[in-house]
Write a protein that binds this ligand. Structure first.
Ligand code: NAD
Length: 247
């Protein structure tokens, strides 16, 4: 099998939809064995059937915001492959938008729990397993968001969680660089996916003039950057947060 990640094992969270699904397809095209993990087990199975079917690919149901679920998934993976994955893509994410004065405390917490704590739990479990198995040339790619840099009306929870993902990424890069495990993030702009399908057309038309390329991105356009960061092609890129926004 040829490709820039040939033979590697890649765990992708949020694999059932959008950017996570596209990451599974691109990494599989580039020769990786894919673990498609999603809270929605059916969606993960669909990704599996849709394009990454094959005996070296598996799908798992996991809730990244729950440590028991993440740890169980990691031990299932090691049972299946005997070694932990050396590529981790954290794409699981949610929005629960509202204006700050109307933001429900539970909705604030829920978004932090999935987007930021979920990234932490997966990275902690995976890095521990990689270090125990003496895996080198590991690569972790987190999915942040441009609104973590700019802020966005109605997204005080989401934007804060994604700013946190960038700071977290830089810390992971420092802690695991000595183990030859890199950690980077992609910082997508406005990407067409089920997450943004909920955005009303009139809001989309207000956003697009601020995008230099004048259009929304496609999940695959983010996934190609994820694949580059996952691969040895980016072997000296560590702690970087790469914008994929169309300018
Ligand atoms: N679409 C965009 O414009 C955009 C822009 C910037 C960043 N992002 C980020 O990209 C990532 C993927 O977004 P998308 O557009 O593909 O969204 P999406 O809604 O299409 O996919 C998100 C996936 O995450 C899964 N998920 C949600 N909670 C989970 C949990 N607790 N455990 C495991 N899986 C869970 C969902 O089931 C879904 O399959 C997210 O982190 C999102 O914040 C998206």
């Amino acid at each position: 099998m040829s490709g820039i990640v040939a033979g590697k094992i890649a765990l992708v969270t949020g694999a059932g939809s959008g950017i996570g699904r596209a990451a599974c397809l691109v990494l599989a095209r580039e020769g990786a064995n894919i673990i498609a993990a999603d809270q929605c087990g059916l969606a993960a199975q669909e990704t599996h059937r849709y394009g990454v079917g094959g005996k070296k690919h598996i799908c798992l149901s996991v809730d990244v915001s729950m440590s028991e679920s993440v740890n169980m998934a990691m031990s299932d993976i090691i049972d299946n492959y005997t070694v932990p994955p050396s590529i981790i893509v954290n794409s699981a994410g949610i929005t629960r938008d509202n204006f700050l004065l109307k933001m429900d405390e539970r909705m604030f917490q829920k978004v932090l729990d999935v987007n930021l704590k979920g990234t932490f739990l997966v990275v902690q479990a995976a890095a521990k397993a990689m270090i125990e198995a003496k895996i080198t040339r590991g690569s972790i790619v987190n999915v942040a968001s441009i609104v973590g840099r700019t802020g966005n009306i109605g997204q005080c929870n989401y934007s804060a969680s994604k700013a946190g993902v960038e700071a977290f990424t830089k810390t992971v890069a420092k802690e695991f660089g000595p183990f030859d495990i890199r950690c980077n993030a992609v910082v997508p702009g406005f990407i067409k996916s089920p997450m943004t399908d909920a955005v009303p057309e009139k809001v989309i038309q207000k956003i697009l003039p601020h995008v230099a390329m004048g259009r929304m991105g496609r999940p695959q356009e983010v996934a190609e950057v994820i694949a580059f960061l996952s691969s040895e092609r980016s072997s000296y890129v560590n702690g970087a947060c790469v914008e994929v926004t169309g300018g």
